[in-house]
Design a protein around this ligand. Structure first.
Ligand SMILES: Nc1ncnc2c1ncn2[C@@H]1O[C@H](COP(=O)(O)OP(=O)(O)OP(=O)(O)O)[C@@H](O)[C@H]1O
Ligand SMILES: [Mg+2]
Length: 472
């Protein structure tokens, strides 16, 4: 079950991985190649390669001191003013290397605007704060054009209605959230293409933070935004892509939805696990040794994915100490991952029993085992579906299905016991069928675990020791 990714995926490049093909329509807005950065002798950034698409929000996350701000500042050469600072590598904006010869610094900074963690309005009027950049860049040719530009910028920064009647008052008399939006208006006034924001909401209260986040969402229609944040939930809320820095290196760059819960890998892994259960049960009925061997050999991709998903989740857990919803989502992802890997192992166990079973004459016509196989697969499928769609009703349905699987297993056991008592030559193959029914029941248990994790993740409700009835 492969998922398609709607947006072309930006890439982390190293010397081994080639540049992704440009599709002509969407050139990379920012294209960084092998960038290293030094404060004197100290290397703060190491061999960073990253591409950013236009009109998306990219979040930079990572522990304190990992180089997020340093990297952000390399994107508009803000580090140039630091004595002893040195850059290696390339930063191309719209194809032009901003560290190349003959580059006009003023036009780089105009094109790539910046908003800092602490709002830093000038001790001037609200109007003058926004007008400043327009004036020094000689963008407006008349007073009315200047006023129009100031108004437009304040509107874009969602501040106009609050300040339109007091434009001549001091900016320093505004609230913290308003001052930050004023700084955003000031950055927007010179019509940049790219807006860099270094923890723009970290000094603000939750309501002011929400306004800034809404603003970021609106601005991305016209701007390419890169935001540094310490808050994983904020990264998850506002960004399309997330880059994870650690000790001056870019260790992970992914679509934000994938970064936080890795649903597509999980689906891919779930698809592989489901397919293997289906193939194992089918090969049992068909007595098809070649098909059985394929199931036995095919465990590798599941194991690889398992390790990859785990690594990602543990990295997030270890380095970013997520809280509440994030934490529940990551813990659920790790547990689901383990469940899926076990399902893969159980499919192997089924195939091994099927191979032994095929060496004996059939004990009986197989009806209930394929039925158990169908139920187990459906449970697995629905459990993963409920995970991706955060659908707790479907998750509850999975919990209820488990009883059917248990009932069938008991029925199969009683029936096969009868065969074994009647005819001792059926003992070996009948035991294998009993084993297979147990494995299928275990697969159902893993689907149930996944469904319980989904319910916990979505509603923070632990249903593991309660009656599994859907909420009405
Ligand atoms: N002006 C400077 N001179 C020397 N070293 C610096 C300077 N600014 C930052 N550093 C060092 O570079 C490294 C990266 O710092 P940076 O500010 O980029 O980290 P950060 O990820 O933004 O951290 P935080 O989350 O705390 O803001 C740190 O080790 C820091 O001490
Ligand atoms: Mg910083």
């Amino acid at each position: 079950m492969a998922t398609t990714i709607a947006v072309p995926r930006p890439t982390v490049r190293s010397s081994e991985t080639p540049l992704p093909p440009h599709d002509g329509k969407r050139p990379w807005k920012v294209d960084v190649e092998h960038l290293s950065f030094f404060y004197g002798d100290k290397r703060a950034l190491e061999d960073i390669s990253i591409t950013v698409q236009p009109n998306v929000v990219t979040a930079f996350i990572g522990p304190s001191g990992c180089g997020k701000s340093t990297f952000l500042r390399t994107l508009n050469r803000m580090n140039d003013i630091i004595p002893g600072a040195r850059v290696d590598g390339k930063v191309c904006i719209d194809g032009q290397d901003i560290y190349g010869p003959g580059v006009d610094l003023v036009s780089v900074r105009r094109k790539v605007g910046m908003v800092f963690q602490k709002s830093n309005p000038f001790p001037k009027s609200i109007f003058e704060n926004v007008a400043y950049g327009i004036r020094i860049n000689r963008i407006a040719s008349s007073r009315s054009e200047l006023a129009g530009r100031v108004e437009e910028s304040l509107k874009q920064a969602a501040l106009w209605d609050e300040v339109k009647d007091r434009l001549q008052e001091s900016a320093l008399a505004m609230s913290g959230g308003q001052q930050q939006r004023l700084c955003i208006a000031r950055a927007l006034a010179v019509k940049p293409d790219i807006l860099l924001m270094d923890e723009p909401a970290s000094a603000l209260d939750p309501i002011a933070t929400q306004r800034i986040e809404e603003l970021i969402y609106q601005l991305k229609a016209n701007y390419t935004i890169v935001i540094v944040t310490h808050n994983m939930q904020q990264a998850a809320r506002v960004s399309d892509f997330t880059a994870f820095f650690w000790l001056g290196r870019l260790v992970e760059y992914e679509r934000t939805d994938k970064m936080f819960t890795a649903p597509s890998e999980k689906l891919e892994m779930g698809g592989l696990a489901e397919e293997r259960v289906r193939a194992a049960v089918q090969s049992l009925g068909d007595r098809d040794i070649a098909a059985i061997d394929r199931v036995l050999r095919g465990d590798e991709p599941i194991n690889e994915l398992h390790v990859e998903i785990d690594n990602r989740c543990f990295k997030l857990l270890a380095l970013h100490q997520p809280m509440a919803t994030d934490l529940r989502a990551i813990v659920a992802a790790v547990k689901i991952n383990t469940d899926l890997e076990r399902v893969g192992d159980l499919a192997v166990n089924i195939a091994e029993a099927a191979r032994r079973y095929a060496t004996h004459p059939p004990v009986k016509k197989l009806i209930d085992i394929p039925q158990m196989g169908d139920i187990a697969q459906t449970m697995l499928h629905d459990a993963l579906d409920s995970y991706v769609r955060r659908d707790t009703i479907l998750a509850h349905q999975v919990l209820n299905e488990d009883d059917r699987l248990d009932g069938l297993k008991t029925q199969i056991f009683r029936e096969l016991l009868g065969y074994m008592l009647d005819d001792p030559t059926t003992v070996e193959p009948a035991l294998d069928l009993i084993l297979i029914s147990r494995h299928l029941e275990r697969i159902g248990d893993h689907a149930t675990n996944i469904a319980e994790d989904v319910i916990f993740m979505v509603s923070a409700l632990d249903v593991r020791h309660h009656a599994p009835n859907p909420p009405v």
